[in-house]
Design a protein around this ligand. Structure first.
Ligand code: SAM
Ligand code: SF4
Length: 342
């Protein structure tokens, strides 16, 4: 049998990890800084990375484009808060060339929404079609407490601006046992009433924060059972290759996602890797394994050497994470979500 005759398996294009999973999705954290300090994400007095360690916009573009060249079809720009990075719109607009060429299907963004009023229209112009806005409560006082000082009205104005610019918005809310659990059905109704999808996220043990995560943890399996006591939820076949599973809520007519890295995990279908703003490639959110792509490019590597470094890191992607939440349990990984990019 010749290697390429019709009866032989064809070589697969694109990035494939050591367990045969195609890697088609890159999340790019453009900064570890943020204008909020959400209690589950950051400590009150965070120390941020020295600027010299952070990749320039050109370096971020080069690495992200190398992934696109290797077959990645979807980029998500995240942080920290991506919209506080100076010049971020230039980066997004520049990466938009891969949409125009057809090499990329989608560029999306995850944001806290505080600067969306200013950025919604330029994002739409750059080719962004969908964004995720993180919002855990519709109560201004609770929002201020959970974000340590944030202004809910700004985020709501940002969501209005995004919808007016034609962006499809999904609301992401972290489920917090004591703070917003009782409000979540109300939030789902609000989101679906505005034509927004919504996803609920379990807290993940990443980085030291002041709050006790065991105390905050709310199993979405339990929450789902509670929602089913008054709503009809129908499972949807939709999957994005990540840990989210979606249902349709008959009573609201909207779509609701559950991200359950703790009570379930879906590592076997994981299609994503994450690049931090210092050029570290994490091939699993819940493990410490990492490849230093900044060292590769700052050593003057040619494009082929960068591609080799990316292929080698993807090849070594771990089979799965080992998040657990328990008392006296240290965080599964020492880095904060704001460093890796959620
Ligand atoms: N600043 C942007 C935002 O808030 O959307 C993007 C970065 S933020 C780190 C991305 C997502 O991670 C947010 O939806 C946030 O709620 C979530 N997140 C942060 N820390 C988390 C944790 N420990 N467990 C679960 N989700 C977390
Ligand atoms: Fe900032 Fe997003 Fe973390 Fe909140 S979740 S502190 S908005 S990076």
């Amino acid at each position: 049998m010749t290697p390429y005759d019709d009866s032989s398996p064809r070589p697969q294009a694109g990035l494939i990890d050591g367990f045969g999973r195609p890697v088609s999705y890159l999340r790019v954290s453009v900064t570890d800084r943020c204008d909020l300090r959400c209690v589950y994400c950051m400590s009150e007095h965070m120390s941020f990375l020295p600027k010299a360690q952070v990749l320039s916009l050109e370096e971020l573009d080069r690495i992200a484009s190398a992934f696109v060249g290797l077959g990645v079809r979807k980029l998500r720009i995240t942080g920290g808060e991506p919209l506080v990075r100076k010049g971020v719109m230039g980066l997004i607009a520049s990466l938009g060339r891969h949409l125009t060429s057809g090499a990329l299907d989608e560029i999306t963004l995850t944001t806290n929404g505080t600067r969306l009023a200013e950025f919604a229209a330029p994002l739409a112009k750059a080719g962004v079609r969908r964004i995720n806005v993180s919002l855990d409560t519709l109560k201004p006082d609770l929002f201020r407490r959970l974000t340590r000082g944030g202004d809910l009205a700004r985020v709501l104005a940002g969501i209005d601006a995004a919808q007016a610019a034609g962006l499809k918005v999904k609301i992401n809310a972290v489920a917090l046992a004591h703070d917003n659990a009782a409000e979540l059905p109300e939030m789902v109704r609000w989101a679906h009433g505005r034509g927004l999808d919504m996803t609920l996220i379990e807290t993940m043990p990443m980085g030291e924060v002041e709050a006790d995560r065991t105390d905050q943890y709310l199993s979405l399996t339990r929450l789902r059972a509670e929602l089913e006591s008054f709503w009809s939820l129908t499972d949807l076949p939709l999957t994005t290759g990540g840990p989210a599973r979606y249902v349709e809520v008959a009573e609201t007519g909207g779509r609701l996602g559950f991200i359950t890295p703790l009570s379930h995990n879906f590592c076997e279908a994981c299609n994503r890797v994450r690049l931090t703003c210092i050029g570290t490639l994490h091939t699993c959110l819940g493990r410490e394994d990492a490849a230093d792509l900044r060292a590769v490019i700052r050593a003057g590597a040619a494009d082929e050497a960068l591609a080799d470094a990316i292929r080698a890191a993807v090849e070594a992607k771990p089979k799965g994470h080992d998040f657990q939440i328990g008392r006296q349990q240290p965080p599964a990984v020492a880095r904060h979500m704001s460093t890796t990019g959620g």
